[in-house]
Design a protein around this ligand. Structure first.
Ligand SMILES: [Zn+2]
Length: 87
């Protein structure tokens, strides 16, 4: 009976250690891979595009877009978009 209790205590102890080790490992992995997975959309959102009309640099996400001959153009405002020659 005593042996059973000792085995039980050791098992619980080992499981506790394994769980905390696993928590540390998964947190470490999240730190390693988390930012890497979150990074790609951030530069995309902050990507600067040059307005071909006035030469201003604007964030792609905040720009006014227009597709001319299959090419996406980025403008700082609808005014510049309308000034752009060609469609
Ligand atoms: Zn502009």
């Amino acid at each position: 009976m005593l042996r059973f209790v000792v085995i039980l205590i050791i098992s619980v102890f080992l499981i506790t250690i394994l769980r905390s080790v696993w928590a540390l490992i998964s947190r470490g992995l999240a730190d390693l891979f988390g930012p890497a997975q979150q990074h790609p959309p951030v530069p995309m959102a902050r990507e600067l595009k040059r307005d071909p009309v006035c030469g201003t640099y604007i964030a792609a996400a905040a720009s006014v877009r227009k597709i001319v001959k299959g090419e996406t153009l980025y403008f700082c405002s609808p005014n510049c978009r309308d000034k752009y020659p060609g469609a």
